[in-house]
Design a protein around this ligand. Sequence first.
Ligand SMILES: NC(=O)c1ccc[n+]([C@@H]2O[C@H](COP(=O)([O-])OP(=O)(O)OC[C@H]3O[C@@H](n4cnc5c(N)ncnc54)[C@H](OP(=O)(O)O)[C@@H]3O)[C@@H](O)[C@H]2O)c1
Length: 373
Amino acid sequence: MQTLGVGLVGVGWVATQHLSAFAKNPRCRVVALCGRDETRARARLADAGLTFPDARFTTRFRDLLTAPDVDIISIATPNHLHVGQAVAAAQAGKHILLEKPTGLDEAELRRIRDAVRAAGVRTIVSFELHYNPYLRFARWLREEGWLGRLVFARFQYLSRVTDWYSGWSWVRTKKSGRSHLLAAGCHAVDALRWCTGLEVTEVSAFQSTITAGYQWPTSVIANLTMTPSGARRGQPVLAQLVSSTDLQLPYTFGVEMMGDRATLRDDLILWQDTPVDPDALRRACPFLDVTFHEVVTSTGARAIRVETIMPGSADVAHHPFQGEIDELVACVLEKRETHLNVFDADVTMRVCMAVDRSAANGGRVVKVAGRKS
Ligand SMILES: NC(=O)c1ccc[n+]([C@@H]2O[C@H](COP(=O)([O-])OP(=O)(O)OC[C@H]3O[C@@H](n4cnc5c(N)ncnc54)[C@H](OP(=O)(O)O)[C@@H]3O)[C@@H](O)[C@H]2O)c1
C-alpha cells in the first residue's frame, strides 16, 4: 500500500490539528517538522497530547523541499509566509495543504496560482467547515430545492480574538494578519459561496475598529450581490456578510438562507405559506448525523429544528480537519483534484479583498471578477 510522507512548517496552534489528522490517516506518515526552535515545537505537540518521535526536525524550510520522502507539505505558518512557502513547495513538486488566507493581495494570489498550475501539484486550503455536518447539510438542503429559489443569504462570523490567541503577536499586524476578513472572517465568505452555490459579483462594505491592539479594522459589514457561477446577468441574489472580532458573545457562525419556499436560519427551518414536511425531509436527507425535530418557535410558528454538530467553536480542536486531510491524501493517491484547491480559495480571497477595498473607500461599490484558473 503506497503511503505519503508529510512535512509540516509552523508548529503552532492549528498545526497540532493538521498533525493529529495526518496521524489518523493510514495512507500517510509525518516524516518532518520545520520550525524555529525544536524544544518549543516538541513542547507544543506534547501539550496537545501528540508526539512524533520518528519525525525529524529542521529549522530550514528548504530541507522539506529537498527531502525525497516528503510528498505533502502542510503550511501552518503566519499569513505573510504562505505565499513564499506555497510557491516554493509547488516548484519542488510537493502537494500542499495551505492554511487560509492563501495570499494577502492580488499579486500573491497570482504567484500561487501560477506556481501550482505550472507544477500540477494537488492543493487543499483549510476552509475545513466544508466538512462540518451542519454546513454540509445546509448546502444539501439548498441544492436539493427544499428552500426553493434562493432570494437572500446572510452569513456571520462573530468571534472575539485578543491576546489569548497564540498568534496574537503577528495576527494583529497589517504585515501578517492584514485584515479581519483575510485573517478570520474569510471562513464566512467561503461558507457563503459554498452553501449558496453562488458567486459574488459586487460588494459595498463598511468597517469599524473597536478592539484595541489591532492594526486593522476589527468589524466589517458588507452588502453583496451574487449570481450563479458564469452568469453575470439576470436577477442577482442579495446577500450580507457580518464579520467581527469585537463582540461579547461566544463564537457564533451564523447561517441564513432564505428561499421563495422556505428559510434556513441557523438550526431552524422556517416557512410561511407551504409547510416543509419533516417526514419527507427525514426520508430524503442522506446524512445519518443530522436529525429533525418539530418545534414551535417563541412567536408560535411551526418549524423544524436541525440537530447536528454546528460550526460553533473557535477552538481548532473542534474543527473538522480530518475530512480535509483525508480528501487531500485520497486526491494525491488517486491523481485527482480536490474540491477545495487554491483556485477555488482564490475566489474567496478576492471577495475578501473587494470587501476590504470597498470598506476602505466608504462603501464604494467594488466589482468582483470571476474565477481565474
Ligand atoms: N483553518 C482554520 O480554522 C485556522 C485556525 C487557526 C489558524 N489558522 C491559520 O493557520 C496559520 C497559523 O495559525 P496558528 O493559529 O497556528 O498560529 P500560531 O499558533 O502562531 O502558529 C504559527 C507557528 O508558525 C511558526 N512561525 C514561523 N515563523 C514565524 C514568524 N515569523 N512569526 C511567528 N511564528 C512563526 C511558529 O512556530 P515556531 O516559533 O516554532 O517557529 C508558530 O508557532 C495562520 O495562517 C492562520 O490563519 C487557520
